[in-house]
Design a protein around this ligand. Structure first.
Ligand code: CO
Length: 216
């Protein structure tokens, strides 16, 4: 089992299928990528970006990490955002969280998970920031869901606070930042209605979304 041959077989079958449907597909894609979207999502294996939104290779630029976080000192994530905005000129950045996120649950428990606890510390900070709101929710499942939503909203704000996005807006580049959440139970996405298209919109939308009813 050194070669994981079944995966290579899957790959050959997939490439053949794509080729049959569109013989020019790989040639065209190998010359350039022109995605309209940057997806920032969770690494969770159940939340694959392309599949969920029905996009083919070449149509979405993707960054995933545990609990879909945008940390201001994370050069990996910042480089992805910078390349997507400045070079690829994506029109939309989608921060997509999901309910039942292991990262969010881990941050809410006292159990130690090793190194990853340092990463999840950012979510603990978010919990502390909204402690009053969260602690008022008695049902643990609902409280976890609320933190999953708040985490997305916080990360949307973090994206908007980057120099990359602010510079793009200053030079008049069309760029919208969205916050979505995905439900593992039914495969459906929900818009958290925190879309930001310019700097002026940021604080108002951010505040409304945290205080008010989220989603539908
Ligand atoms: Co997750």
């Amino acid at each position: 089992m050194k070669t994981l041959s079944s995966l290579f077989e899957n790959n050959r079958n997939w490439a053949q299928k794509v080729n049959r449907e569109d013989p020019e597909f790989f040639t065209a894609l190998s010359n350039q990528q022109n995605p309209e979207y940057l997806w920032i999502g969770c690494s969770d294996s159940r939340v694959p970006a392309n599949e969920i939104i029905g996009l083919r290779p070449g149509e979405v630029f993707v960054h995933r990490n545990i609990a879909n976080m945008v940390i201001h000192t994370d050069m990996n994530c910042l480089s992805v955002i910078q390349y997507a905005v400045d070079v690829l000129k994506v029109k939309h950045i989608i921060v997509c969280g999901h309910y039942d996120c292991g990262g969010v649950k881990g941050a809410m428990s006292n159990q130690s998970n090793g190194l990853v606890d340092n990463w999840l510390r950012h979510i603990r900070d978010i919990y502390a920031k909204y402690e009053t709101t969260l602690n008022a929710i008695e049902d643990e499942k609902s409280r976890t869901e609320k933190l999953c939503e708040i985490n997305v909203i916080e990360q949307v704000a973090n994206v908007c606070h980057t120099t990359i996005v602010q510079d793009a807006w200053k030079r008049g580049q069309e760029l919208a930042v969205h916050g979505w959440i995905y439900a593992l139970q039914n495969g459906l996405l929900q818009d958290l209605h925190v879309c930001v298209r310019e700097l002026d919109e940021l604080s108002a939308i951010y505040r409304l979304a945290i205080d008010g009813e989220l989603g539908g």
